[in-house]
Write a new protein. Structure first.
Length: 407
């Protein structure tokens, strides 16, 4: 019988054999015995494993999984320590908390039987199963499919090309097109994804409810008008956009699990223009999900705030709306380093956080240049104000939905 060590064993079969070993008792024991992954210790660990008789392929696989599990703690918490990942599968894997939001959307629409099309390593399938949904997961990559079955054991995982397979009957379908090249680079055009967005929409049309995961930077005019598109963020980090079919139309943000309706009645509706005005006592930076959903106009309408300049997503006024980081405006200056330093010293500010929009500033270099020992923390925001470049000296303040998120 061929093994992963056999000279004639082809690379694909070798990779699959190593993956089977990894999810088995022997591989689990090796990985579980490893210390928390540290890059500087990887060579020594590899040498130790080889000295203990482990071959090169299994050694590399064990260390790779250890590294990915360490990274995956941010997405899956303690559960990451028992999950299996390919490098590409980890990059595209949905955070467990976000997968739970997807499951909630299906449940709210009355969908109970879900097809996870292109399930990768099974992150969404896991979330769906945890929510009590019946899941059939389809994945063309045999290693990823093997890991999906291990990660989501309650799902029925099928290793097949979904584009060439008759899909099972279900109440809903989840599609997560591959948006990276073989070497890991992001693919910007939705028609370059696998499957392309147009094909994904065609597949989705055969189910009562469908969700298609998309890149958060997708252009509004690339969206189907009748879809509800949600941009999802956590802790100030924009994670994804989801094109939902069968649940209404429009655009929305989901910020730390809380929905914000942008006010658009169609996904491809143009973003409303709001006239800028003079900067007020509070500077606001909306959450990126709110910005991408086109929700600036709705924020301005509801809370009486306005952009500080055309085409810039900093707002200002007297209110502190939810889903915004808020800053008390202390000074608005011509952006000259000497002027800014004098203002910071006069305000007793030492450590400086630098932010920017609509201007070319090296944020890290400027923060180093402006900061000094001692004093209070402060913020300098470089942005146009009514079309003219300005440096806004400010302090972070608490917003009504909790402390401002880390930028």
């Amino acid at each position: 019988m061929d093994t992963a060590d056999s000279p004639g064993f082809d690379a694909e079969s070798r990779e699959l054999a190593v993956a089977r070993w990894l999810i088995g008792a022997g591989g689990r024991a090796v990985v579980d015995a490893l210390p928390r992954y540290r890059r500087e210790e990887a060579l020594a660990l590899a040498a130790r494993l080889r000295a203990e008789g482990l071959d090169a392929d299994r050694t590399a696989a064990a260390l790779t999984l250890s590294r990915l599990r360490t990274r995956a703690t941010a997405k899956f918490g303690e559960r990451a320590g028992s999950m299996f990942f390919t490098a590409a599968g980890y990059e595209q894997a949905t955070r467990l908390s976000v997968g739970a939001l997807h499951a909630e959307r299906f449940l709210a629409a009355g969908a109970r039987r879900i097809v996870d099309f292109g399930c990768g390593v099974g992150a969404d399938s896991l979330a769906f199963c945890l929510a009590g949904l019946d899941v059939t997961a389809i994945e063309v990559d045999p290693v990823a499919a093997l890991y999906a079955a291990a990660n989501a054991p309650r799902a029925a995982v099928v290793c097949a090309d979904g584009l060439a397979t008759r899909l099972p009957e279900a109440d809903g379908i989840w599609l997560d097109p591959s948006r990276r090249t073989g070497d890991g680079r992001r693919i910007a055009s939705p028609e370059g994804w696998a499957p392309p967005l147009s094909r994904a929409l065609s597949i989705a049309g055969g189910f009562p409810v469908a969700g298609i995961k998309a890149a958060p930077g997708i252009a509004h005019d690339a969206l189907p008008a009748g879809a509800l598109v949600e941009w999802v963020s956590e802790a100030g980090q924009l994670l994804e956009a989801v094109v939902w079919l069968g649940v209404g139309a429009g655009r929305a943000a989901v910020v730390d699990g809380e929905a914000f309706d942008s006010g658009a009645s169609a996904a491809d509706e143009p973003v409303s223009f709001v006239k800028p005005r003079e900067i007020g006592p509070i500077l606001l930076e909306p959450d990126p999900a709110v910005i991408r959903s086109g929700g600036i106009a709705r924020l301005c309408e509801r809370y009486g705030v306005a952009p500080v300049s055309g085409g810039v997503a900093y707002l200002s006024g007297e209110a502190t709306p939810p889903h915004c980081s808020a800053f008390e405006v202390l000074d608005v200056l011509i952006p000259e380093v000497k002027r800014i330093k004098r203002a910071l010293a006069a305000r007793g500010i030492g450590r400086v956080e630098v932010k920017k929009r609509g201007t070319e500033v090296d944020v890290a270099a400027m923060a180093k240049k402006l900061s000094r020992r001692g004093g209070d923390p402060g913020v300098v925001v470089f942005s146009p104000v009514l079309g003219r470049g300005r440096a806004i000296v400010a302090r972070r303040v608490d917003a009504p939905n909790g402390p401002p998120r880390r930028a």
